[in-house]
Design a binder for this molecule. Sequence first.
Ligand code: HEC
Length: 129
Amino acid sequence: MRAALLVVLGLAIGIIGTVFTMRALSERNPFPEALMVTIGFHRHQLQQAVKGQRCEASANLDQLQRMQMIATDIPAVFADAPQPFKDLTVQLHTALQKAAQSAPADCPALAAALKPVDQVCQQCHQQYR
Ligand code: HEC
């Protein structure tokens, strides 16, 4: 009898624990991930441009400027992030600004402009993702 009660109690605690965990997960702020998905989308667009050898200056600049705008939002969206993370967001913004200013007009120029940008993405992901 006592063993059966303990089993029931154990199950109940398990269920309650699961409910709390699921709630915590669903309440997780979706904004940081959404922002990354969006900046990733524009990075992917540029990747497709290089792959298809269709790198027009105005389209390149447009995508880079969008990424730059999104990068501006990272510090506010990842508000609790530590200082080294914030430093990386500044680096990303600077790298994107330089890439946009270089106004890549063909695929090799675009690929070269994206290199320092990708390095910052990678550096932050290695540490914080
Ligand atoms: C300052 C740090 C930082 C920089 C710089 C950064 N990211 Fe992220 N990224 C993150 C973190 C943290 C996550 C995990 C977010 C989460 O799941 O809540 C992430 C996740 C992602 C994801 C996965 C999203 C998902 O869950 O589906 C993509 C795609 C992404 N980043 C793209 C990029 C690209 C492209 C760049 C560069 C242009 C970049 N990120 C630069 C911190 C950064």
